[in-house]
Ligand binder design. Structure first.
Ligand code: NAD
Length: 297
């Protein structure tokens, strides 16, 4: 069992830290929010007064922060962790951030003999709670081998992937979420078109699921209300996965594409549709609510 310093105990990090505790790891925890910290301490974590204190004895450091600027400040800012961690410590950043920042922090860490991996997740809050997250990891094979047993306490062993070198986890995450947005929008358009011509959305969904239009949105996350029980569309689009987070992830995906001079027409269109939807007050609703935009137009 490892001694772990965990920074960022929000909607995702809190349940992830609790699952590490359940597996018998020792967790020194820190968050700027006292309420978030208290939750993890009540589950057996040890409270630290700042990130450095949480990592003083750590063999492994895990962070789950909102965006790249937070990750950069925690590791490379004034009193940043990279200057304080012992050589040989393994750092796993599970935040969704831009691949460029992940590579930059990894390279600064390597100069100090610290193994830094980007390990963003897929699965959302429910999977974080259930300990069934998917992890996409960027870094060396040696770091991945060290990380795997730790990640298995928070994720599904069959969904823990070594995507490639530093930054590759973030690229994989960006690619996946861009494709998710595009097929969700396509699914909404296909269902709206069928319904406008008098087809039952449930029947059309079954036809497309059995045909070549089959995709994850149709299989487990149908965006048309009341086609499936217990999905956001049947619960007034309560998230689930918020439009705000999809806009963030599409912004990152388009940056990844631009950095490689990839045309990315569909990714850019998806971002602009989700931004319009967000601007109309839907930021906190589930991303499948994009159906309403399409039906209205
Ligand atoms: P959140 O806002 O609930 O949690 C972030 C936490 O980080 C907060 O508790 C905040 O106080 C803390 N924090 C910020 N700066 C800090 C600092 N300098 N030191 C210590 N703590 C600090 O966000 P979340 O939903 O848990 O998401 C975290 C990351 O996971 C994001 O990058 C997000 O894109 C990604 N993600 C989220 C989901 C989801 O469904 N929520 C799914 C997949 C990936």
């Amino acid at each position: 069992m490892a001694v772990i310093g965990f920074i960022g105990l929000g909607n995702m990090g809190g349940p992830m830290a609790k699952n590490l505790l359940k597996s018998g790891h020792t967790v020194y925890a820190f968050d700027l929010s006292q309420a978030a910290l208290d939750e993890v301490v009540n589950a057996g974590g040890v409270a630290a007064s700042d990130a450095a204190e949480a990592c003083e004895q750590a063999e492994v450091v895990i962070s789950m922060l909102p965006a790249g600027k937070h990750v950069q400040s925690v590791y490379q800012g004034e009193d940043g962790l990279l200057a304080q961690l012992a050589e040989g410590v393994l750092v796993l950043d599970a935040s969704t951030i831009d691949a460029g920042t992940a590579r930059e922090v990894a390279s600064a860490a390597a100069e100090r003999g610290i193994d830094f991996m980007d390990t963003p997740v897929s699965g959302g809050v429910a999977a974080a709670q259930a300990g069934t997250l998917a992890f996409m990891c960027g870094g060396s094979a040696e770091a991945f081998a060290r990380a795997r047993p730790i990640l298995e306490a928070m994720g599904n062993g069959e969904k823990i992937f070594h995507a490639g070198p530093a930054g590759a986890g973030q690229v994989a995450k960006a690619a996946n979420n861009m494709l998710l947005a595009i097929h969700m929008i396509g699914t909404c358009e296909a269902l709206s078109m069928g319904a406008a011509h008098g087809l039952e959305p449930a029947v059309l969904s079954d036809i497309m699921k059995a045909s070549s239009g089959n995709n994850w949105s149709l299989q487990v996350y149908n965006p048309w209300p009341d086609v499936m029980p217990d999905v956001p569309s049947s619960k007034d689009y309560q998230p689930g996965f918020m439009v705000d987070l999809m806009v963030k992830d599409l912004g990152l995906a388009n940056k990844v594409a631009d950095d490689a001079d990839i045309k990315n027409t569909m990714g850019k269109l998806a971002l602009s549709l989700y931004q319009d939807h967000q601007e109309q007050g839907n930021g906190q609703r589930d991303f499948s609510s994009i159906l309403e935009q399409i039906r209205e137009t």
